[in-house]
Design a protein around this ligand. Sequence first.
Ligand code: GLA
Length: 462
Amino acid sequence: MEAIQPTLTPVVITSVSADAPQALIIAFCNREDMFSRGRLTAALSIVLASLFCASRSAAQDRPLRQSASERQFLIGAAVAMSPFRNEPAYQQTLGREFNIIVAENAFKWDSMHPTRNTFNFSDTDALVDFAESHGMKIRGHTLVWHNQVPDWLRNGGFSRDEVISILREHILTFVGRYRGRVWAWDVVNEAIDDSTAALRTSSFWYQIIGPDYIRLAFQFAHEADPDAILYYNDYSIEGLNAKSDAVFNLVRDLKTDGVAIGGVGWQMHQVNGFRIQPANQTNARRLGDLGLQISITEMDVRINLPTTPDKLAQQALAYRDTIEFCLSEPNCKALVTWGFTDKYWWIPGFFSGWGDALPLDTNYQLKPAYYSLRDVLEQGLDFTPRLTGVSREGKKLLVAGEKFESGAQLFINGEKQKKVSNDSDNPSTLLVAKKSGKTVKSGDIIQVKNPGGVGSNELIYP
Ligand code: GLA
């Protein structure tokens, strides 16, 4: 290990691959101790890192959802109720970063339909309200799945007709309650069996109702909310294989029969090392040709522990590929990760020795995977604020324009104004300066700067 440079956090350098410089520098900006054996000179690494950090910090506060929304793209995460209710940083991060959420468990049968005659809407209401008050969309996950079927139903000895009527009541009550408020529903989850690439015959739904349960569920969901986008969702169907072929055939037949299916969800639970392949594009396009959209619905990229900087850099490539892919396929509408912080994540319970699969670490710090998502989302977007008009309202100065970011500053004749806030109803188009109205006079030059220092055009006060 080679100790270098006196003034910044001590770093040493690992082997450098084609993708490495950016990853190294990202880690440097995050103050991770990732450089361990020297190839670049210390001086060069410091210069590169300083330059990169400077431009990165300029964009430091711009959340994923801002650029995603500008592209009309949905970036989201699954929500676990316990931290949602108990940990302020969890909710704050969710609201700041994402424009769509999905419940990890709260929308499943065993959570919200615990007995035959009881629906528990406390968590589902909380999530739908949260999404609405934060200008987010919500995915409903899931209406029919072979897991998390409550015991009262599974062991209730109900006849086929009774189960169909229970399913109908469940869907009409649940989907109906949020009619017009849930963007998309995973109507059926994981109906295809991995080993046979045919319908999963061991599923409770299949066993009691038979294969028709799928179209019945779509029919009931459409009846309950004709405007929601209805999805079929599954894992290991992102590429081309026997299972994705089976899903393709299933959804093609549903479409042919006039069933109101609108999309296919690719769960995208991946192992580190995953890269997007041409087969992903072929699969997306054949679904697109059926008139179906796709969403990445449960992405995570699990790392074989212990995590190292190289593994994080590798993970960032998986996220980078996936967001690039999704943005370049017109029918890909959303990328949702299954959780967002490594602090709360389902894998440790399922795959021991694996973890750290999400874009934020256990302390809510942004990982290389996060920066990959953000870099790609921001590519080609113009974040320059534009000033279109200034008016006075007593002591207040109202500054109208576009692309004002949270924390934007107002300058009059080059002097930074105090007590400036974004108008909460129109945060990106209106700044309100509480006192500046008192002092502004004709001929003064007005300018707005976003937190990263990007300045608008200058406007002369009339
Ligand atoms: C599947 C389900 C999710 C979640 C994960 C992890 O992917 O669709 O709801 O339960 O398994 O457990």
